[in-house]
Design a protein around this ligand. Sequence first.
Ligand code: ATP
Ligand code: MG
Length: 310
Amino acid sequence: MIDVENLSKTYSGFRAVQGISFHVEKGEIVGFLGPNGAGKSTTMKVLAGYLPPTDGKIKIAGHDVVTESIEVRKRIGYMPENVPLYTDMRVTEFLRFRAELKKVPRNKVKERVETVKQLCSLKDVENRIIGTLSKGYRQRVGLADAMVHDPDLLILDEPTIGLDPNQIRAVRDLIKDLGKHHTILLSTHILSEVELTCSRVLVINRGKIEASDTPANLTKLVRGGGSIILEVKAPAAEVTSKMQALPDVEDVEMILPADGDWTHAKIFAKPGVDVREKIYDVVRQNNWPLRELSRVKATLEEAFVELTQE
Ligand SMILES: Nc1ncnc2c1ncn2[C@@H]1O[C@H](COP(=O)(O)OP(=O)(O)OP(=O)(O)O)[C@@H](O)[C@H]1O
Ligand SMILES: [Mg+2]
């Protein structure tokens, strides 16, 4: 659905995006992550045909964004980071206007506008002047606008920015739902959202792609992803040596301060190996009283920090 080869974008000499390549398959929901200024919005604007690339080949559903921009725009719903809305129009009026602008056939306009109002929970405010709506409702109008011509691909630049937790949840559910029939590329800084909605993550940093993988695989890259916490009543030295003797265990660290005779340890195993069962065997053989045996899951946030910090 999206084929990007060697895309670069230079703003008066400054290379904001530096020769990136990536592909998004039909039906994927891809999270586009990166620190401020990494080049997410720039890339999305180029994909949506709002900015010409300085270099590279970009195809959307097989159409070149530069030479076939009309074909491309038909297939893309783009929600920019600052949703530009006609603030003196009413919601329904605005969506109809946008549908006509996007060449939705005349006899389909009413139906499409109704559909997107339903999808984005805008029925309650359909007759309100956009300028009087709260930020969250304006975001939803922006999303409805992006979808009104029923595009195959949605490019959403921080769709949940500025929303309250309830609205974030509502938009997240909506995106998940839309993902059943659409391909979606969305940028966001809310990593828990990405873990819940995206099948794949692209991490961009200083104009270059640092990673492209599932959220689960990215968290496996983090040191301590999948480490084990163990708390037993036994001397620390004995626990350390017996744990280190286990195959696949790479390191044992104490979690301090210790509570009386209890030893609290963090055990690092080889990536992807679950050593909990073997640890429990040792605990049983030694009759150590056991208070905790659990696995620590690394978060996408930790993976993000490892990938994007010097
Ligand atoms: N119109 C412009 N003129 C000059 N430089 C620009 C322009 N737009 C963006 N830039 C620069 O390009 C770089 C990438 O910006 P971009 O907006 O793509 O980042 P971003 O990843 O979307 O960041 P954020 O998370 O803050 O939205 C930044 O250094 C930015 O200052
Ligand atoms: Mg941005």
